[in-house]
Design a protein around this ligand. Structure first.
Ligand code: FE2
Ligand code: FE2
Length: 474
């Protein structure tokens, strides 16, 4: 289906044939623009940014690249093409035709899923709004803005569903998506991680690696939904999301590489010397990783969840890559969970498989996260050092689920509360660590130049060299 860029709101949902919906969205559009101006990236709005824009929704060759001023980015509504005779792929309605309208009995739950997903999209833009000023290169600045405009588009994706399928309460929810703000004392964003400020680029890379990856898995689960418009929306969002994780993956890798270069140059692994030379030492990178990993895995929800069970039973939210599972009903199966026994030990508990769907998604996520570790560790190995980046245990520093509040070290061992408190500064960035990292953040806005704490990328965007002027500052 071709994308219509003639309408005020670009779309491939034949918006022009539904006047009421079109008008409602055209009413929301200036509110979105006001939000973008107030809470999107600070400054840089007049600069020309080398951005990609969707030209089709298939996975191959969907993007066109060119200079765009961010406020002129064509945010729009793009759904993946419909699948012929699509059926519900899991749960109690397995095999029935997918819904093209919201079934009345699932309306509240579907709305809740869409609002929760929708809330994260503008939240991340708000969290990242100051980062442009300290971009380590024009290449990185461009990537930041690409991520930001696409998160803005993901908000559009969810707002379209709310307007098109949920009537008046959907429209109200769409307004509220612009009224809650990240970190706001009175009206914060729904999920905790999206209220954490992102003041430095190491956090930004960790966020795009770990938190956007949670987004990827949530979208994968929603792409399985029996509510077909939600599925189609999420399938296209996933193609955009891949770039966000690329930014995180290669960003972390480049910070590590720069540290290793300095270690080689100075022939030392002393963090003090490395920091003095302007790079970020590996133990500090590991601490940031511990922080963002542990805050991101909470986003999957409780390990035993009756909500997750009913979402699955009703065909609203499936497992990531549902087709890979043998049994799509998952009734009568059990899932083994390791739980704290309340006396300092661990016991194995069994819960119904359907109640364990959050945990199933979290496990798939963990495996995906490991791939980055392996790549980064190969870089460290190539430089001849024995340090290894590791994922902390998923029990570490949890705020959600059976392990919430249990004092556990990064290997997953239960320890005393005193030991936990005493050792937190070993595992998580201290105020001093954060102050040091922040002190390294200075904007480098000359094409081909880069800050001293990060290595340049191996290649640029769209086949262009790193030295390309990805942002023309105005
Ligand atoms: Fe997103
Ligand atoms: Fe994203």
């Amino acid at each position: 289906m071709s994308l219509n860029y003639q309408d005020r709101i670009p779309n491939n949902v034949e918006l022009g044939s539904n006047r009421i919906l079109q008008r409602a969205l055209e009413h929301w559009q200036p509110e979105f623009m006001r939000w973008w101006q107030d809470l999107g990236p600070t400054d840089f709005q007049a600069s020309d940014v080398y951005l990609r824009t969707a030209i089709s929704v298939d996975t191959k060759g969907w993007a066109t690249f060119g200079y765009v001023r961010m406020p002129e980015y064509r945010w729009g509504i793009f759904l993946a093409d419909p699948e012929n005779d699509r059926r519900i792929g899991f749960g109690d309605n397995l095999g029935e035709p997918a819904w093209q309208q919201v079934p009345g009995e699932h309306r509240a739950n579907l709305r809740r899923l869409i609002v929760t997903q929708g809330d994260t999209e503008p939240a991340s833009v708000e969290q990242q709004r100051l980062l442009g000023h300290t971009a380590p290169s024009l290449y990185d600045l461009r990537n930041l803005f690409q991520v930001n405009v696409e998160e803005g588009r993901h908000l559009w994706a969810m707002v379209y569903l709310l307007h098109a399928y949920f009537g008046r309460d959907g429209r109200e929810e769409a307004e509220e998506l612009l009224e809650r703000h990240s970190g706001d004392a009175d009206k914060p964003r729904i999920l905790g991680t999206f209220n954490e400020p992102i003041r430095d680029w190491l956090s930004f890379f960790m966020f795009t690696y770990f938190t956007d990856r949670d987004g990827k898995f949530q979208l994968k689960c929603l792409a399985e939904s029996g509510f077909d418009p939600l599925s189609r929306t999420c399938r296209f969002m996933l193609t955009e999301e891949a770039h966000h994780m690329f930014v995180g993956d290669t960003g972390i890798s480049r910070v590590i590489k720069r540290c290793l270069e300095v270690m080689k140059e100075l022939n030392t692994d002393d963090p003090v010397a490395i920091r003095k030379a302007g790079a970020i030492d590996l133990p500090t990178i590991q601490k940031y990783l511990n922080f963002w990993f542990s805050t991101s895995i909470d986003l999957f929800g409780g390990d035993s969840s009756s909500n997750a069970a009913s979402y699955f039973a009703n065909g609203l939210k499936g497992r990531p890559d549902e087709a890979k599972f043998e049994d799509h009903v998952a009734a009568g199966q059990a899932f083994a969970l390791e739980l704290p026994d309340g006396a300092g030990g661990v016991r194995t508990g069994e819960i119904p498989m359907r109640n364990a769907m959050n945990e199933v998604a979290r496990e798939a996520y963990l495996k995906d996260c490991e791939q980055g570790m392996a790549r980064w560790n190969r870089v460290i190995e190539k430089f001849g050092y024995s340090f290894r980046m590791t994922l902390p245990s998923p029990r570490f520093r949890r705020n959600v689920g059976s392990w919430a509040g249990v004092p556990v070290d990064t290997t997953g061992k239960i320890i005393s509360r005193e030991e936990y408190n005493a050792r937190l500064s070993e595992w998580l960035p201290t105020d001093d660590d954060r102050a040091f990292v922040y002190s390294r953040m200075h904007g480098v806005f000359e094409a081909g130049k880069i800050a001293s704490w990060i290595a340049p990328p191996e290649r640029g965007i769209n086949g262009l060299p790193f030295e390309y002027e990805y942002v023309r500052l105005q």
